[in-house]
Ligand binder design. Structure first.
Ligand code: NAD
Ligand code: MG
Length: 365
């Protein structure tokens, strides 16, 4: 079993375990750190049918009285309305501060369960059981929780580290192709930002990862979690300019998602496009080598993260970028790669961004 300990200053350290089949030991693991008899599993309507009852059973076998709450699947569940229903359900069964919340699902469930769990009675312990590749390599670790408002995604949330993360890669067997490739986008991002070593490993194993070779999948998950843990340990609240590296590729990604409509392209596919874009911006502004751009393009191609053929007005994309919640004082900030494992956050003028958006659009046949 592979175990990564996330030890953030000022927080209780927690384990992330990565292995095939470990969800069957979830009850015992929770028993090892809690004396409570109450658990609530929060999941979504799709994951419930696949894993809801079996996870409920492993908790019940260890004496946890377990209630399962399923929200509709998809991004729309990260709403104040659904959060309100969960808080009501928590109150109805009299969860108290010792009760455990188990988030069983992708990033949507993780964010929603994290948000409702970290606010109900000022915070219950939360256990993340990620079931998508994206949530395994990214959202289940690091303690950001959120719901969406009409005004924007993730506008209301908390920082609340989980008590334990159970990454059972067998749960990914049922994941649809699109969600698989989506997760590969965040893996590619982590590799490029982390180090040349991680990039080269991923480059050599891209085909096997795409084909879901169990050994390679596990190693990719472990490498991404170790990378994210290192970043979060240094900068848990995104105030030290370190955690921002996780936003590599995301400035354009968010604009594409908003312009095309959420869900038209997967998040990871948009991040990959954003990585291609940021690398070219880097060549213009910070001397990113052309060999880096070519190698990154090749990696993304190998992971089926194709160039997105989305036609949009560059001015409109720029406007969407400027309205992103992370934009400070009307200047656009981009994570720009200098090389593998080397990056900086740069303020880029709207004129230069517009030129590059135009170049991307012109490159579409
Ligand atoms: P998701 O949770 O919507 O899951 C995608 C789809 O896959 C859903 O329809 C779900 O029902 C289905 N699914 C999940 N597991 C499955 C399985 N094992 N088999 C079959 N189907 C399965 O999407 P996601 O990509 O996992 O997460 C996206 C969300 O994560 C966004 O809301 C984003 O804001 C959030 N996020 C949060 C953080 C963070 O640090 N908190 C980081 C990245 C993303
Ligand atoms: Mg992302």
């Amino acid at each position: 079993m592979t175990k990564i300990i996330v030890d953030i200053p000022g927080e209780k350290p927690y384990d992330v375990r990565v292995e095939s089949g470990i969800v069957s030991q979830l009850g015992e693991t929770l028993r090892s750190f809690t004396a409570t008899n109450h658990a609530m599993i929060i999941t979504d309507s799709a994951v419930e049918g696949l894993y809801g009852q079996s996870v409920k059973k492993v908790l019940e076998e260890q004496g946890f009285e377990t209630v399962l709450v399923a929200v509709p699947h998809g991004e729309s569940a990260k709403s104040l309305e659904v959060a309100g229903e969960i808080w009501d359900a928590m109150a109805a069964i009299r969860l108290n501060r010792d009760s455990i919340i188990v988030a069983l699902g992708g990033g949507v469930v993780g964010d929603l369960a994290g948000f409702t769990g970290s606010t109900f009675m000022r915070g219950l312990p939360i256990v993340q059981v990620p079931t998508t590749l994206l949530s395994m390599v990214d959202s289940s670790v690091g303690g950001k929780t959120a719901i969406n408002l009409d005004a924007g995604k993730n506008l209301v949330g908390t920082f609340c580290q989980p008590r334990y993360v159970c990454a059972d890669i067998d749960l990914l067997n049922t994941l649809p192709e699109r969600e698989w490739i989506c997760g590969c986008g965040e893996i590619a991002k982590s590799a490029v930002i982390d180090s040349r070593e991680f990039f080269e490993w991923l480059n050599g194993n891209a085909k096997l990862l795409y084909e879901r070779n169990a050994h390679v999948v596990k190693e990719a998950v472990v490498k991404c979690i170790a990378f994210k843990a290192r970043v979060v340990v240094e900068d848990k609240a995104e105030t030290k300019g370190v955690r921002e590296c996780l936003n590599y590729g995301h400035t354009l990604a968010h604009a594409i998602e908003a312009a095309a409509g959420y869900g038209v392209y997967s998040h990871g596919a948009c991040v990959a496009q954003g990585m291609r874009f940021a690398a070219r911006l880097g060549a213009n502004l910070v001397g990113t080598p052309l060999a880096f751009i070519a190698a990154q393009d090749e990696l993304l191609d190998a992971l089926a993260l194709d160039n997105i053929e989305f036609r949009a007005d560059p001015e409109e994309l720029l406007r969407l970028m400027m309205s992103d919640k992370k934009v400070r004082s009307d200047s656009l900030r981009f994570v720009l790669p200098h090389d593998f494992g080397e990056w900086s956050v740069e303020t880029v003028s709207p004129e230069i961004v517009l030129e590059h958006l135009q170049a991307w659009q012109d490159s579409l046949a």
